[in-house]
Design a protein around this ligand. Structure first.
Ligand code: NAD
Length: 391
C-alpha cells in the first residue's frame, strides 16, 4: 500500500433524499442551456425528466433532451447527441441515469467540446487517439443506480460495435462539476438491476483495495464500501422500497467511486470490459461471474487484503485476520452472489465459446493498462483459464 500519493476529487457532491430539488442553483454558473442525456424513455414516462426540466427552468436554464443512449453506450449514439448539443449551443451536459447515461454525457462533453467523434479519445485502441482537454464541456451527473460510481470518477466507458472494443477513457476533465445522488431516484430500480449494479460497487471496492496502486485514502473508502455492501445489498434487492438500504448502497457506490478514482480497478474489470466489447452483457452480471475466479487467481499475492475483504463483507472484525482463510473470502463472495441471484455463468449471458479467445486478447491488449494494476500479472492463457471457469 502506498502512503505517499496525490488524491484529487473535484466533484461537488449533493447527497441525500430530496437533494435533486437543489440542482438549479448549483448548475446555474455552468450556463443557460444544457443537453440532458438518458437511456431510453423510462424517465420521460415516470415524469422525472419533466421534473428536472422544471427545476432547471426555475433557475433560468433551458433543457434539450436526448433519450437514444443504449445501456453500454455506443460511440455513434454519443456522436449524435454531441451534434444535438452543438446545434442547440448547449453550455453543459447532464447525464441522468446509471453509468451508461453518465458515461454517455461525458462522451458528449468531449465530442461536442472538441468538435470530433468521441472515438478520437479512445486511448489504447488506435494510434490517433488524443487526450481530452479543457475544451471538454462541463458535466453534471444525476445518478439513479448504485453501481458504477461514474458520478465521482474521471472515467467514461464507451463501446464501439465495429471494432468490438469497450475501453475506459480516463481524464481529469471527465470529473463531473456537480453530482446528485438522491437515493429516492433509485427506488424504481428493478431487483435484477439493483443486484447487478450493487455487485459492481463491490467489485470496484474489492479491486481498488487489492490493486497494486491502492493508497491509505482509497483503502478507507474501499473498506467502508465493502462493509456497506455486506450489510445492505441483500436488503436492497429483497425490498427495493427500503430507503435506508438504498441510501447505504448509494453511499457505498460513491465511496467505491472515490476508491477507483484514486486507485484503479484490476484484472476482473479488464476482462469484463473485453467481454462487453464482444457481447452485450450486463456489466455487473459479468463481474459476478468472473470475480470468484479472478480473486482465486490473485489472492495469494496479497493475502491479508483479500482476507480483509471477506471479513468486512461478512461483518467480522479485522482482528480475526489470523483465524480467517482466503477460501472463506471466496465462499463469502459466492454466497453473496447466490443471495442476490447473480450466479449466472458467462454462457448464460450471451457469451459463446468462440468469443473467449477474442476476450482474452482484448484483456491483455487494449485493456492491458488496467490488467497491470492487478497484484498478479495475467497472460493470455491465464485469462483463457479464468474465462473457461466462469463460462
Ligand atoms: P445502466 O446505466 O446501463 O442502466 C441499466 C438499466 O437500468 C438501463 O436500462 C436504465 O435505463 C435502467 N435504470 C437506471 N436507473 C433506473 C432507475 N432508477 N429505475 C429504473 N430503471 C433504471 O447501468 P449501470 O450499471 O449503472 O452502468 C453500466 C455502464 O457503466 C457500463 O457501460 C459500464 O461499463 C459503465 N461503468 C462506468 C464506470 C465509470 O467510472 N465511468 C465504472 C463502472 C462501469
Amino acid at each position: 500500500m502506498i502512503d505517499n500519493f496525490d488524491f484529487n476529487n473535484p466533484v461537488k457532491l449533493l447527497f441525500g433524499a430530496g437533494k435533486l430539488n437543489e440542482l438549479g442553483n448549483h448548475v446555474k454558473p455552468l450556463g443557460d442551456r444544457c443537453l440532458l442525456v438518458t437511456t431510453g424513455n423510462f424517465f420521460v414516462a415516470t415524469g422525472l425528466v419533466k421534473r428536472i426540466q422544471g427545476i432547471l427552468a426555475n433557475s433560468g436554464i433551458e433543457t434539450v433532451v436526448y433519450t437514444e443512449v443504449s445501456p453500454n453506450p455506443l460511440d455513434e449514439e454519443v456522436d449524435s447527441a454531441a451534434a444535438l448539443a452543438k446545434h442547440n449551443d448547449c453550455d453543459f451536459i447532464i447525464g441522468l441515469g446509471g453509468g451508461s447515461s453518465i458515461d454517455a454525457a461525458k462522451g458528449v462533453a468531449m465530442a461536442a467540446g472538441h468538435d470530433c467523434p468521441v472515438w478520437r479519445f479512445a486511448m489504447g485502441t488506435h494510434d490517433d487517439a488524443i487526450e481530452p482537454t479543457e475544451r471538454t464541456l462541463p458535466i453534471v451527473a444525476i445518478a439513479t443506480t448504485s453501481g458504477t460510481g461514474s458520478h465521482v470518477t474521471p472515467y467514461s466507458v464507451i463501446t464501439n460495435k465495429q471494432t468490438k472494443q469497450k475501453p475506459g477513457i480516463g481524464s481529469e476533465y471527465l470529473f463531473a462539476k456537480v453530482a446528485v445522488v438522491d437515493p429516492e431516484l433509485a427506488l424504481s430500480l428493478p431487483k435484477e438491476i439493483t443486484a447487478s449494479t450493487g455487485f459492481d460497487v463491490l467489485a470496484h471496492a474489492l479491486e481498488a483495495y487489492t490493486c497494486n496502486i491502492s493508497n491509505v485514502m482509497t483503502d478507507l473508502y474501499a473498506k467502508e464500501a465493502i462493509k456497506l455492501v455486506g450489510q445492505n445489498l441483500v436488503k436492497a434487492v429483497a425490498d427495493g422500497t427500503d430507503l435506508q438500504a438504498r441510501t447505504a448502497m448509494a453511499m457505498a457506490d460513491t465511496y467505491a467511486g472515490y476508491a477507483i478514482a484514486g486507485s484503479l480497478v484490476t484484472l476482473c474489470h479488464a476482462i469484463a470490459h473485453a467481454v462487453g466489447g464482444v457481447s452485450e452483457t450486463v456489466h455487473g452480471q459479468t463481474l459476478a461471474a468472473l470475480t470468484p475466479h479472478t480473486v482465486e487467481f490473485s489472492m495469494n499475492q496479497n493475502p491479508d487484503k483479500f482476507k480483509t475483504v471477506g471479513l468486512l463483507l461478512t461483518g467480522r472484525s479485522e482482528e480475526d485476520l489470523a483465524n480467517f482463510k482466503l477460501t472463506e473470502t471466496v465462499a463469502a463472495l459466492r454466497s453473496l452472489i447466490a443471495a442476490i441471484g447473480m450466479d449466472i455463468p458467462l454462457s448464460e449471458q450471451g457469451v459463446t465459446t468462440t468469443d473467449l479467445a477474442e476476450i482474452a486478447k482484448g484483456t491483455t491488449e487494449y485493456m492491458g493498462g488496467i490488467a497491470e494494476a492487478d497484484v498478479r500479472p495475467a497472460s493470455f492463457d491465464d485469462v483463457m483459464q479464468i474465462l473457461t471457469k466462469a463460462f
